[in-house]
Design a protein around this ligand. Structure first.
Ligand SMILES: [Zn+2]
Length: 110
């Protein structure tokens, strides 16, 4: 085991917490995202970890290939336990504003 799991009560379940803690890593993760109407959650798939994106450059022999480094879609309910995620934000608004600030650099949408 690399790290001991410490449950954080602002999250609904360990599956959701693990996914939030995976933000910026390669694979699936949950991001907190601040919009003009408040905080929301996004499911993000990353083909390349945030820290590795700067190492990737164009391949001259494959000029017509386009790839997604990452992709996000909105989440209203926890994929693991079904909790309505807006309820978590209503209970601990400051914690999620802070989380959205930390996750800002991982967001690649418009
Ligand atoms: Zn959950």
């Amino acid at each position: 085991m690399k790290d001991e799991f410490v449950p954080n009560e602002i999250f609904c379940c360990s599956g959701f917490q693990h996914s939030v803690e995976a933000a910026g890593q390669r694979g699936l993760a949950v991001l907190a995202h601040k919009t003009s109407s408040g905080i929301m959650f996004l499911f993000q798939s990353r083909g390349i970890a945030f820290e590795d994106v700067k190492k990737v450059g164009p391949n001259p022999s494959a000029t017509d290939i386009k790839i997604n480094v990452s992709f996000e879609t909105g989440l209203q309910y926890c994929p693991w336990c079904g909790r309505r995620l807006q309820e978590l934000i209503e209970i601990s608004p400051e914690a999620f504003v802070e989380l959205a600030e930390k996750h800002k650099k991982f967001y690649t949408g418009p």
